[in-house]
Design a protein. Structure first.
Length: 117
């Protein structure tokens, strides 16, 4: 499985960005795609998850109501719409392939999101 993340950039606080993650080589073990982020000097943290089949979504508390995960199965692509962005959302955002066993076994290269105050 190969993941290609894109869509990061520099926006002002209160602005929006949409991240994309294109997946190639998905298998029957593919369950979902997760979004994570890592800010400088901090550990990587979970942001959101969306299942491929029915589109069930799960979010970290700090993004609920602001971020929305979606997917396009025909394009094997997942999205993370990020609204009302805050400076503390600044981080490198990664997408990750989740298996039915609950493991994240493949990771995208990351895309930088920078929010200016």
């Amino acid at each position: 499985v190969q993941l290609q993340a894109s869509g990061g950039g520099l926006v002002q606080a209160g602005g929006s960005l949409r991240l994309s993650c294109a997946a190639s080589g998905r298998t029957v073990s593919s369950y979902a795609m997760g979004w994570f982020r890592q800010a400088p000097g901090k550990e990587r943290e979970f942001v959101a998850l969306i299942s491929w089949n029915v589109g069930n979504t799960y979010y970290a508390d700090f993004v609920k109501g602001r971020f929305t995960a979606s997917r396009d199965n025909a394009k094997n692509t997942v999205y993370l719409q990020m609204n009302s962005l805050k400076p503390e959302d600044t981080a490198v955002y990664y997408c990750a392939h989740a298996t039915m066993a609950g493991q994240y076994d493949y990771w995208g290269q990351g895309t930088q999101v920078t929010i200016s105050s």
